[in-house]
Design a protein around this ligand. Structure first.
Ligand code: FAD
Length: 470
């Protein structure tokens, strides 16, 4: 066998599974078709870490609860931004009050502490800037925000340092059952393995001699709604400090969350495709005086509810599938990874590695260092004293480090996401070209071979003969 275990897909689920399994004496590879892992996570790099109190599904609630507590520990260990800021769900009509009471009762039945049903006065004590006429609130002090991309990268770096082979730019085309184990065919190779952990959520590929695998699992309860996001800048005066969710009706809610860096994110879930003007009207139902000038960016995503399946019905043959999409998939990733890892280790009767390194190599964030510390780092490497992204104070040292690390960045997007450069108010107009040059130098590539994000996104199509530098 080429590998004991093949993990298919390098999103947050694949990376967390790779990390958990790398604690054991397995020979593991992860196959990802993109240039980078966790490429599908939103560029805002802020996710809510739920606590199991909001969902009606008991299984998801359990996974969220466990995921929340594992994630806090993991983020402390790997120095990933994680802030337990608390979330307040508010309603302004009797129907909404009934729903909050049901949620509260469920949380109590599930034994989730730190969840409180509160009156309008207490709501305004917690968040005086809420604009609506609130009747009741449900406050959970357990709910947090996390930087999901940093978490996925941390999982992957530690897994890589502990021997997991990350095979990027390889697309899985076919999975075949063998008498013992599987053959996985990619666009570049054929591998045999004992166990397949398939975390690809939607893609079409062939399984078992030409039979097309049933794609994404969609439960009866699932529904897809439009989610519009407004990224609000730090100059906005009336920002909310907690995660606030205001339910307007069965199909519409507004969510406001601080990000893990600067500014805040306002999400509007509705059934129709809303314009910027519509979104501002919705947002101002919750916030005071938000206007176009406060908006740094806007984007739209599909919102998915309750459509996940963790299928280990073929575990005896060595096949596990995690499929579907869910609004809390980042939250539950650590719980899923732990659960799958325990099952696989038991099934294969495997032992823990004695020399497992549960530590991420140090990352220096120049903007977070004090003057003395910053000077010490600059004395060691003067590139930390050269600022490339002036909006977010990102130094050349940080960019070089993010390229040279295990699973280092190979695209402009990879550098931006790992370091935070290019996400300031100039949207990268100052640093983009500098990043391209550093990537070319560090990867020993021609500047014309540097890509923004994926194979077909070359930044510079060809060279103009007269100029030596770009
Ligand atoms: C609008 C929105 C808001 C969200 N907010 C939150 C939140 O606040 N909190 C939270 O907990 N969660 C949240 N989520 C959920 C979360 O962001 C995503 O669902 C999660 O990142 C998905 O991770 P994944 O590993 O399952 O899938 P993906 O990230 O899609 O990873 C799958 C990987 O498989 C790769 N792949 C696909 N096909 C192949 C192939 N044939 N061969 C090899 N590789 C392949 C893909 O390139 C991809 O990298 C939100 C989701 C959405 C859409």
């Amino acid at each position: 066998m080429d590998y004991d275990i093949l993990i298919l897909g390098g999103g947050i689920i694949g990376c967390s599974v790779a990390y958990e399994l790398s604690k054991y004496n397995f020979n593991i590879a992860l196959i990802e078709r993109d240039y980078d892992i966790a490429d599908d996570i939103s560029f805002v790099n802020t996710s809510i870490v739920y606590d199991g109190s909001e969902t009606s599904d008991d299984v998801m609630a359990g996974l969220e609860y466990i995921g929340n507590s594992i994630m806090q520990e993991t983020c402390e260990k790997f120095k990933v931004p994680f802030k337990k800021i608390g979330a307040l769900r508010v309603v302004s009509d009797d129907n909404g009050v009934k729903k909050l009471e049901e949620m509260y009762d469920r949380a109590k039945k599930r034994g989730i502490d730190g969840v409180y049903l509160i009156d309008d006065k207490d709501v305004y004590d917690i968040e005086p800037n809420i604009n609506s006429d609130i009747k009741k609130g449900l406050y959970s002090e357990n709910i947090a925000i996390v930087a999901p991309y940093d978490l996925a990268i941390a999982y992957a770096e530690v897994a890589s340092d502990n021997g997991v082979n990350f095979r990027l730019e390889e697309e899985v085309l076919n999975i075949q059952n063998l008498a013992k184990g599987f053959r996985v065919t990619t666009n570049k190779n054929k591998f045999t393995c004992k166990v397949v952990v398939n975390t690809i959520p939607h893609e079409i590929y062939i399984r078992e001699n030409g039979k097309v695998e049933d794609k994404e699992f969609v439960s009866d309860e699932s529904y897809f709604k439009n989610m519009s996001y407004l990224l609000v800048d730090d100059n906005y005066k009336n920002k909310l400090n907690k995660i606030i969710i205001e339910t307007l009706d069965k199909n519409t809610f507004i969510i406001s969350s601080p990000t893990t860096t600067t500014g805040s994110l306002i999400g509007i879930k509705s059934t129709e495709k809303t314009s910027l003007e519509d979104n501002l009207i919705y947002a101002n139902k919750l916030l005071r005086g938000l206007d176009k000038n406060n908006i740094n960016n806007l984007f739209r995503e599909a919102y998915n509810k309750d459509s996940m399946l963790i299928d280990d019905s073929e575990i005896d043959k060595g096949y596990i599938r995690v499929t579907g999409t869910h609004y809390g998939k980042i939250t539950i990733a650590p719980a899923i990874a732990k659960m799958l890892c325990d099952t696989i280790a038991n099934n294969l009767n495997c032992t823990l590695k004695k020399n497992f390194i549960d530590k991420r190599r140090e990352v220096y964030k120049f903007r977070e260092l004090g003057k003395k510390e910053a000077n010490e780092i600059i004395d060691l490497d003067e590139r930390y004293g050269k600022i490339i992204c002036i909006c977010n104070s990102i130094s050349e040292g940080e960019i070089v480090d993010c390229i040279r690390r295990p699973l280092g960045a190979r695209t402009v997007e990879g550098v931006k996401r790992r370091t935070g450069s290019g996400f300031g108010s100039c949207h990268g107009s100052y640093c983009y070209e500098k990043i391209v040059n550093i990537l070319a130098r560090e990867l020993d590539k021609n500047i014309t071979d540097i890509v923004d994000d994926s194979k077909n996104s070359k930044v510079i199509s060809s060279r103009i003969k007269e100029f030596k530098d770009v």
